[in-house]
Design a protein around this ligand. Sequence first.
Ligand SMILES: [Zn+2]
Length: 523
Amino acid sequence: MFYCKKTARLTFEVADVMLQRTRPARSRNIIAVAETKSKLQKKSNVNQNILHKRLSDYKIKFNLDREKLMVKRIKNTWERLGYLKAASLYTVAALITGFLVYGSVIAADVHFAKEALVNGKTVGVIKNTSNFEMLVEDMRKSLSTTLGKEVSPIGKPVYILRLVFGKSLTGEYALRQNVLSAFDDVEEAYAVYVNDSLICAALSEDIVKNVLDKIKSQFSEDDVNAEIGFVENISIRKEFIPVGYVRSADGVYAALTSPLEGQKTYAVTANDTIWGIANKFAMSVDEIYCLNKDLNDIIHEGDEIIINKSEPLVRVQSKYIYKGEKAIPYETDEVQDFDLQSGKKTVVTAGVEGKKYVVEEVVKQNGEVIETNVISEEILSQPVAATVKVGMKKSLSSVATTGRLSRPVYGTISSRFGYRARGFHSGLDIAAPTGTPITAADGGTVNFSGWNGGYGYLVRIDHGGGFETYYGHCSAMLVSVGDKVSKGDIIAKVGNTGNSTGPHCHFEVRVNGVAQNPSNYLN
Ligand SMILES: [Zn+2]
């Protein structure tokens, strides 16, 4: 721009110099005219005659006047010519300046833009008025949707043409905010954004901050040094928003703790399978079971299946250092005994859990451990392996097995078979109150009844043909090794022993020692 001004001035100076050159010529002309005038006056004095005095006088006067007129004409013509020259020079200068200014304008990213005014207030500097009006109308429509009522249009915008730098155009966010502020159904509030999506707003920043603290406090840790924060990026912005978003503290709390999506269900059709449905919605069979805790393996036409995950909108993450003792599970060595009846097991030496002192970093999300990073570990006592005799003698009496298993406990399925956040889950967890009877899933012989590390109190039934069922975390065992049981007999009671987070029965199905998905055997 500076260069441009300078150039323009320079151009005018050049034009001026050119005019200066023409000026002496013009003043010379004036001197010439003046000389002509005096010469003519002398000539008139010579021509004095008494007789023809009047006539001469008249003639002289006439000639004089004619000369004067001519001189005047010449003078006028010269002056006009001078002005014309000056004018044309100024025009050329102006044109050159114009081109230079235009060039500089293009180079400096300067454009013609329009200042848009709504109700006498500037809302922004824009380029395209029809785009602007479309934006205003779009915002009115979305505002109407948000508020659930027709919002009346804002006043007709007024535009003022301006020459601006490219960067001087009003940004999208500011433009939207200014347009929004022109609507009656909008107010300035503290908007809460979760990962950049507007969730709700409150009239004071403290309302939002208190709600966030309340959510965090629900997952507080005993460790005062625990770092507690949100997994999601939460921001509070003071801005103009539709009044429909403004909530009380309870409303903000509800908005932030509600599930991310409302649950969607799918109605089963005649030829559907769980696998097929999972495939259709790009989910795993496991995810379907997770969402549908009471889902039976046999689905029927018309059944409603929940098909989308619903996670809370914001998750609290806590991170702290755990220092303390932990048990080390023991292993079980099995020794084949050909004198012992097949399916029977006797404990030769009981296992003893070891102990270790650990320092580990624990990461939790909404109270659930998602990560454990061991920092240091010191073994205090080594575990002692248990030794168990396994009967190999073929049984003479055949066990009445039906081949189809019944559910051992009636309750809620709290975890399915397969890979979980904490690793592979080898069975099916059925949650039920402590003391709820556990029944044999099929007929067979009890081959284990006692404590077994993480399983807590465990009952195992041998159904023959390498087929076994396990019932873990029991509070009481009602059968002993070698007992013959029929399908449906009460064998134990639900408990919370061993590695368990609440009363449930860990039900496992094994074929030749390999854990199977119990869902494939239940009828
Ligand atoms: Zn389990």
